[in-house]
Design a protein around this ligand. Structure first.
Ligand code: SF4
Ligand code: FES
Length: 389
């Protein structure tokens, strides 16, 4: 008999293949190649185990999940098992027939990301020519198929001044939910921090834009918005607490407490190829390491918010403090908080810093460069790259 409540949702990273090259991608810098991906049968088996465990939702993500030809089959099985399916997509590989096919097999919800309100800027940020107009077309096909649509707007210094227009664009597409998400600075986002960090003035202006849009769109669309970590006074309850509600399955079947957990050295993650999902959820060492509050040191240990934000984000604590068990430096009570405020200030003034685009080729180049003396950028890249194993 299990003592742990089951996970609410699984983030299924079906593949790391993706036609876009966003410089803030949440995938690890070390991408998984197609030959290592779980087969259709393995994903189906995972879904059956998830349903038996009591999982209610699966978020089908990537990379770009529509790069998998078996997506319809995976959605159909989830539907048959009574699991709610949310497709998180860049949309550029979809055509109208496939949107209708996914609706027909029971897909529940679609979430499309947009990089900007203007095509040229959006295509530059996503590193994919023609992507923006294709996304707009797919959003219309999604609504025509009566699928609910969420528009995901990842914001940073290079598009934050267009936030008002981006929200209007999403509302005009009949999105019922608009997620305004600041870039998270681990993985590719950390490698590109100097190119992406917004200024304090931009963040303050964005707060006003969101408040006004919420009032204007009340009853038509809900806007989700969280203050960016580097400018926050208290951290977000990342993943609702480590190993409490969510788990991520990588394209190769590794089961993680969050999508970036592989960036923390010293944790051993189990594979769905070797251990049953229920056993991993309940007993895996990596899940137990930061579950609950026993692992906390001061100031979290005696803080009255410890079961509200669960100490913030473990991946960010490692990325910034070098210790995944430290208080998230986004918290004003962390001894490192002043350092991240200074980092934000410095990076936000970096001007026209170029992007390090996400791609398999970039990963190979980074590996090759590590043989020589590292530049500042390479050091940052290496810090964001999980070591072997
Ligand atoms: Fe949260 Fe820890 Fe900061 Fe308290 S000290 S607010 S528990 S991160
Ligand atoms: Fe890993 Fe926050 S992203 S704990």
């Amino acid at each position: 008999m299990s003592l742990m409540p089951p996970p609410l949702a699984i983030l299924a990273e079906l593949t790391h293949r993706c036609p876009l090259r966003c410089p803030y991608c949440s995938n690890p810098v070390a991408l998984i190649r197609s030959g290592e991906e779980l087969s259709t049968g393995e994903w189906v088996d995972l879904l059956r185990q998830a349903a038996a465990l009591g999982v209610l939702q699966v978020h089908l993500s990537g990379g770009e999940p529509t790069a998998r030809k078996d997506l319809e089959e995976i959605v159909a099985v989830a539907r048959e098992l009574g699991i709610y399916t949310n497709l998180i997509t860049s949309a550029v590989l979809l055509d109208r027939a496939r949107v209708e096919a996914l609706a027909a097999v029971g897909l529940d919800h679609v979430q499309i990301s947009f990089q900007d309100s203007e095509a040229a800027a959006a295509d530059r940020i996503g590193g994919h020519a023609g992507g923006h107009e294709k996304k707009r077309a797919v959003a219309a096909w999604v609504r025509a198929a009566s699928l609910p649509l969420t528009v995901n707007l990842v914001v940073h210094r290079q598009n934050l001044d267009h936030l008002g227009a981006m929200i209007e664009m999403a509302a005009a597409m009949d999105a019922r939910r608009i997620e305004v998400a600041h870039v998270q600075y681990y993985g590719w986002g950390l490698a590109n921090r100097a190119a992406l960090m917004p200024t304090r003035e931009q963040v303050a202006a964005a707060d006003v834009v969101v408040a006004e849009a919420r009032a204007r769109l009340e009853g038509r669309a809900v806007i989700d918005y969280v203050v960016p970590d580097y400018y926050a006074r208290r951290p977000k309850p990342c993943m609702g607490g480590w190993g409490r509600q969510f788990l991520t399955v990588t394209p190769a079947g590794k089961v993680l407490p969050c999508h970036a957990a592989d960036s923390i050295p010293g944790l051993v993650f189990d594979s769905i190829r070797e251990r049953p999902l229920a056993d991993i959820w309940e007993h895996s060492e990596a899940f137990r390491r930061f579950r609950g509050t026993d692992w906390m040191a001061e100031p979290c240990r005696s803080c009255d918010r410890r079961e509200i934000d669960w100490g913030g984000c473990r991946c960010q604590a490692f990325a910034l403090a070098g210790d995944a068990a430290a208080t998230d430096p986004a918290c004003g009570l962390s001894p490192r908080h002043a350092e991240i405020a200074a980092l934000a200030e410095q990076d936000s003034r970096a001007g026209e810093a170029e992007f390090l685009y996400r791609s398999f080729a970039t990963v190979e180049a980074a590996r090759a460069r590590r043989a020589g003396p590292p530049s500042d950028r390479e050091r940052r890249e290496a810090a964001a790259t999980p070591g072997p194993g």
